[in-house]
Design a protein around this ligand. Structure first.
Ligand code: SF4
Ligand code: SF4
Length: 96
């Protein structure tokens, strides 16, 4: 067998699956870094909301704020990388 040839999906062994829905299994405590939002720099373009793989960012119309749900944020940093105006910075958990 050619070791460089990629396996098809039928050849890949089954992985473990968590049967508990993420609504009853908070995933936010996995993170090492947390996103910190700068309301002054933010233009409310909502790109961070669209890019967050965990649906952990929402826009609150009443207050015009981006809300980060740290119960589900995994600290991946995608929101920081995608924000066009650097309004999000990743800080170590426990850092002020
Ligand atoms: S991507 Fe940046 S500028 Fe856009 S809403 Fe999010 S924090 Fe604000
Ligand atoms: S760090 Fe990752 S999981 Fe957390 S809010 Fe940003 S994009 Fe979502």
């Amino acid at each position: 067998m050619n070791p460089k040839k990629k396996k098809g999906w039928k050849e890949i062994p089954m992985a473990g699956v968590c049967w508990v829905p993420s609504t009853s299994y908070l995933t936010g405590d996995w993170k090492t870094y947390r996103p910190v939002w700068d309301s002054e720099k933010c233009t409310r373009c909502v790109l961070c909301h669209l890019f967050c793989p965990d649906g952990a960012i929402t826009w609150k119309a009443q207050t015009n704020e981006m809300i980060f749900n740290y119960d589900y944020c995994k600290g991946c940093g995608i929101c920081e990388a995608e924000c066009p105006v650097d309004a999000i910075s990743m800080k170590l958990e426990g850092e002020p």
